[in-house]
Ligand binder design. Sequence first.
Ligand SMILES: CC(=O)SCCNC(=O)CCNC(=O)[C@H](O)C(C)(C)COP(=O)(O)OP(=O)(O)OC[C@H]1O[C@@H](n2cnc3c(N)ncnc32)[C@H](O)[C@@H]1OP(=O)(O)O
Ligand SMILES: CC(C)C(=O)C(=O)O
Length: 513
Amino acid sequence: MRELDIFDTTLRDGEQSAGINLNTAEKIEIARQLERFGATIIEAGFPAASTGDFEAVQRIAGTVKNSIVTGLARSVKSDIDRAWEALKGAEQPHIHIFLATSPIHMEHKLLKTPEQVVEIAVDSVKYARQFFPLVQWSAEDASRSDPEFLAYIIQKVIQAGATTINLPDTVGYATPSEYGAMFRYMKENVQGIEKVKLSAHCHDDLGMATANTLAAIENGADQIEGTINGIGERAGNVALEEIVVALHIRKQLYGINTSVNLQEIKRTSQLVSQLTGSFIQSNKAIVGKNAFAHESGIHQDGMLKNPLTYEIITPALIGDASTELVLGKHSGRHAFKDRAIKMGFELSDEKLNKAFAEFKKLADSKKEIVQDDLFILLTDQQINDNHTPVYELASVQVQYSTQNIPTATVSAYQPTGELITEAAIGAGSVEAIFNTLERIVKGKVHILDYRVSSVGKGRDALGEAVINLSYNGESVTGRDVAQDVLEASAKAYLNAVNRQLVKVGQKVEVVAG
Ligand SMILES: CC(=O)SCCNC(=O)CCNC(=O)[C@H](O)C(C)(C)COP(=O)(O)OP(=O)(O)OC[C@H]1O[C@@H](n2cnc3c(N)ncnc32)[C@H](O)[C@@H]1OP(=O)(O)O
Ligand SMILES: CC(C)C(=O)C(=O)O
């Protein structure tokens, strides 16, 4: 069996998705889950990009022990220095340096000749190797680069000390046969290639990221890069869950092992979706709501006679127990704590008590509490480590009839602790709530995107609202859940505003500290 390294870039390329903006606590939570998932390498961010990214990479490097933690850097000394500052405390410091090699990127973006690009690449790898034992070098836009030039520059960076070479299909342009051929060509034409790991990094612009990644594996890739749920720049990156399940189901064909624990897939996917606020389309392979739903008569007949007729993967394989009834309104603290521990949460007594109180509230209004409900509730407590004063919803009331203008009355605690009540009208109930909240938060708010969906199944399923808004010119996403979608919407709105306040608060703390 061949071993394949899994490089997760949910927190770097994944966070480059439009509308996604994670805070440090959320990134740490996702990194811990990626460690449980079994990622070989976690790309925690781009330390030189911002203070927030730097802090997140540094804290993840100090937290995660069973996966290698890396950070991205341009081929610039100051980026490499910043990455070293963030990563020097990691168990195995690893840096990921990139530089574009395609004619269009070299000429029109970097404004450099190919000779200059070779020199910059070699210098940056040599410089990084003074600090980092593990240096990955990526030829950005490799799939649109001249193969001979690519082979030449790769040979040079290997001589300079790179330990992994990554060949990204940056704009999702390659077809599987072309992408596979590029790996074969480098294996056959680059001296010293056997000394390094060869990595694939595919984007999904033409919907070919999974096929391309598998083609790279077929042609000798030692590592593949991707994100959970396939989030990422533009149409996203390859979805790691698709690759690892394909390799598992087609083990006979591929003969490949990875360190991934398939049982953690569902939970990882759910956590990333919840914290990033990015919905998973219902027909998404492996983790979509309908991925295991058999609807039509002929399929159901086949399933009843022998599930293998239509089922190649079972929900159990990926740790999906979302329909299991776990706890009810008569459950006590011990059972709740026991379940939280079994679900992998490590909460302080204070947070556990808060989660238990929320659980009791929910159990009063909801017949069945399913694993998905508990997961959301416990995650909310787990990531809540902010010390910046924020807004808190006290109550929301809406008057709606088909004949009158909807009116909302909302009470909320200000960051100062003062309770304030406002009312406003709107074209619909949600707009009335948002207009009222705009008065409460006293800032310029523009709603950029707003979605509601249900969590779990059944008519009493929780409602989840995700809102992307700009608050005083900064775009930020908030989400929250409640039994009622109007309450969830109000809470999601305040969650977005609060996230912006926390971000500013954190910046002030970092500058002051
Ligand atoms: C394919 C990818 O996913 S690459 C990763 C993309 N991720 C990001 O961009 C993360 C967020 N980015 C940022 O925060 C900012 O772009 C920063 C902090 C990195 C840089 O910001 P700024 O200094 O303001 O530069 P700006 O982003 O406008 O332009 C990029 C500059 O880097 C240069 N550059 C781009 N790639 C590289 C590279 N790999 N190595 C060296 N220089 C590079 C560009 O040519 C440009 O240089 P110029 O200013 O001399 O024209
Ligand atoms: C930085 C590189 C690896 C990248 O994200 C890309 O080329 O898509």
